[in-house]
Design a protein around this ligand. Structure first.
Ligand code: ACO
Length: 324
């Protein structure tokens, strides 16, 4: 049918940063953060926990579950916007760390939707290059792109990575289809500058620094509507009713966004996997981390219909159906 997920893995940094810890950094409270976002704590990278290192650990676990050797991998796609270097790509560092000598490797930047976009690219690649194996990874260290003095944003994000090994199979299993979207006209509601330009003519006026800026309320409204629309588009296209979904794994941004989405879709809340309370919003890491947890906790059994959806800066958003 399409690309089958042979194995999943995830890696979270050691260090926790709780809401109580954040109370010491900015004027906020555990009660405010929990009631507005559903987040209690998040993980923050320390030394040796760069995006490529978290991604590599997640990939090793996914390879072990899939029983695939690193040098059997043909392609590595990494979704990230917080690699320690702009060049080489994070994917090339992961390739080096894994010793995946046969693989070519590149990054995808679709902000929080990065993993879904990368998964779709991987699926399309495998439908042409049958017989190959690929690694799709979402990894972020947004702690390195956070203004720790801005209480509007610093409470939301966390670091982490997840990975999946894919292979094309002629079976009922695999990625069924995706509906993916972007709208660059809304870039200014959620964005992050690059490092300052060396060319004065290309210097961005008012570049405040290399960190996330956001119009939270607007993002909230668009996120709910856009994910709902993408899911409905996909379900209509594939002639699938929402009742047929066995598990939904949404991008873990905010519990209030998810509750609104769940109500509008009419899906039973027991079918929705949530871990935002533990890790905050890990951007491109969020879906593969949740997918790995759901998989290892036995929430998915063969033949289940899995619905995944995301929303992020760009704006970028989408939904994917997977027959497990
Ligand atoms: N602690 C205490 N007070 C705060 C904090 C904080 N951390 N942050 C903001 N406030 C204050 C504001 O200053 C404001 O005070 P004022 O009324 O005196 O001006 C008040 O709380 C209300 O601020 P709002 O921004 O209107 O609060 P809102 O209820 O909208 O919640 C939030 C803010 C949580 C950011 C919400 O808008 C949201 O979740 N937006 C979605 C953002 C998101 O998820 N972004 C992630 C990237 S996109 C994605 O992954 C989907």
């Amino acid at each position: 049918m399409g690309a089958v997920i042979l194995g999943t893995g995830s890696c979270l940094p050691q260090k926790e940063l709780s809401n109580q810890d954040l109370e010491k950094l900015v004027e906020t409270s555990d009660e405010w953060i929990l009631s507005r976002t559903g987040i209690s704590t998040r993980r923050i990278s320390g030394k040796g926990e760069e995006a490529f290192q978290l991604g590599t650990s997640a990939a090793k676990k996914a390879l072990a579950m899939a029983n695939v050797m690193a040098d059997d991998i043909d392609l590595i796609i990494v979704a990230t916007m917080s690699s320690h270097m702009s060049m080489p790509s994070c994917a090339c560092f992961v390739q080096k760390e894994l010793g995946a000598t046969k693989a070519f490797a590149y990054d995808v930047n679709a902000a929080c939707s990065g993993f879904l976009f990368a998964l779709d690219s991987g699926d399309k690649y495998l439908r042409v290059e049958k017989g190959k194996k690929i690694l799709v990874i979402g990894t972020e260290t947004l702690s390195s792109r956070t203004n720790w003095k801005d209480r509007n944003t610093c409470i939301l994000f966390g670091d982490g990575a997840g990975a999946a090994v894919l292979e094309y199979q002629e079976s009922e299993q695999g990625i069924v289809a995706s509906s993916l979207f972007s709208d660059g006209t809304l870039w200014n509601l959620l964005y992050m500058h690059s490092a300052p330009s060396c060319n004065p003519d290309l210097e961005q006026a008012g570049n405040p620094g290399n960190y996330i800026l956001m119009e939270g309320r607007e993002v909230f409204k668009y996120a709910v509507k856009a994910m709902e629309a993408a899911i409905n588009d996909l379900l209509l296209k594939e002639h699938v009713n929402i009742e047929a979904i066995d598990l939904m794994i949404p991008h873990q941004a905010n519990i209030r966004i998810l509750k609104k989405l769940v109500t509008r879709l009419g899906i039973k809340k027991e079918k929705v996997f949530i871990n935002v309370h533990k890790y905050g919003n890990t951007s491109a890491g969020s879906i593969p981390i949740a997918l790995d947890e759901a998989n290892r906790e036995g929430c998915l059994k063969r033949g289940d219909l899995l619905l995944v959806c995301s929303f992020g800066g760009g704006f970028t958003w989408g939904a994917t159906l997977v027959r497990w």
